[in-house]
Every structure is written in structure tokens, then in C-alpha cells.
Design a protein around this ligand. Structure first.
Ligand SMILES: [Zn+2]
Ligand SMILES: [Zn+2]
Length: 116
């Protein structure tokens, strides 16, 4: 295991991280901050200054699905030269747009059922 990986593993077990997690759920609630639908299972870092130099403002609770989507979207955001907060907003916007499209499709499907 690399030094960095070991450091990260130790960090996830630290009181600092455990408390920050609790604080994040208390502040932002236990529903995903990105899709606002699913229960949040993990806490995403908007930015990493260093392991211990972050506050509750730098993290958000997210569901597993959004969490992986967010990290994929971050690659696109990097090309757009966004700062960490713009990058987070960009990811939420994309996720919300997808949900809207899905809901519209669901509504249309219902409508089609009625018209039979
Ligand atoms: Zn979500
Ligand atoms: Zn993350």
C-alpha cells in the first residue's frame, strides 16, 4: 500500500472524519444533496485542501449513484476550467436535468396508458 493510500485509510477511521460526517448529515439532512431523492450513503468532498483542513461547508451527503456520477462529471468540469464550487453546481445541474427528463418520460408513459 502506498503512503498516500495508508494515510487516506487512516483518515477515514479518524475522529475528525467521523465527526465531520455526522455534522454533514446533521446540517444537510440524510437525503442526497444532488438528486434530492435517494437516502445519502456517503459524503462527497467538494474540495480537499488537506485531510484535516476541511469543514462541513466542503462536503455534502450524496447517494451512491450520484456519487459516482459526480466523479464522472468532474472530468468534464475540469475541461471547462471550473472552480470547485462551480464544478459541484455543474454536477448537480446535470443530475437534476436527467431526473427531469426521466420524470417527463414517466408522465408521458402514464398518458399513453390512458389513451388506449
Ligand atoms: Zn443522489
Ligand atoms: Zn466524492
Amino acid at each position: 500500500m502506498t503512503k498516500r493510500k495508508k494515510e487516506y485509510r487512516d483518515y477515514l477511521e479518524s475522529d475528525h472524519w467521523q465527526n465531520l460526517r455526522k455534522e454533514a448529515f446533521a446540517k444537510y439532512g440524510s437525503i442526497c444533496s444532488a438528486c434530492c431523492e435517494a437516502p445519502a450513503k456517503s459524503v462527497h468532498h467538494l474540495r480537499y485542501l488537506s485531510f484535516y483542513n476541511i469543514t462541513v461547508e466542503d462536503v455534502r451527503p450524496v447517494c451512491g449513484k450520484c456519487h459516482s456520477t459526480i466523479h464522472k462529471l468532474h472530468k468534464k468540469a475540469r475541461r471547462k476550467n471550473l472552480n470547485y464550487f462551480e464544478r459541484w453546481l455543474f454536477a448537480i445541474k446535470e443530475i437534476q436535468a436527467k431526473i427531469k427528463t426521466r420524470r417527463k418520460r414517466e408522465e408521458m408513459a402514464k398518458f399513453e396508458d390512458w389513451s388506449i
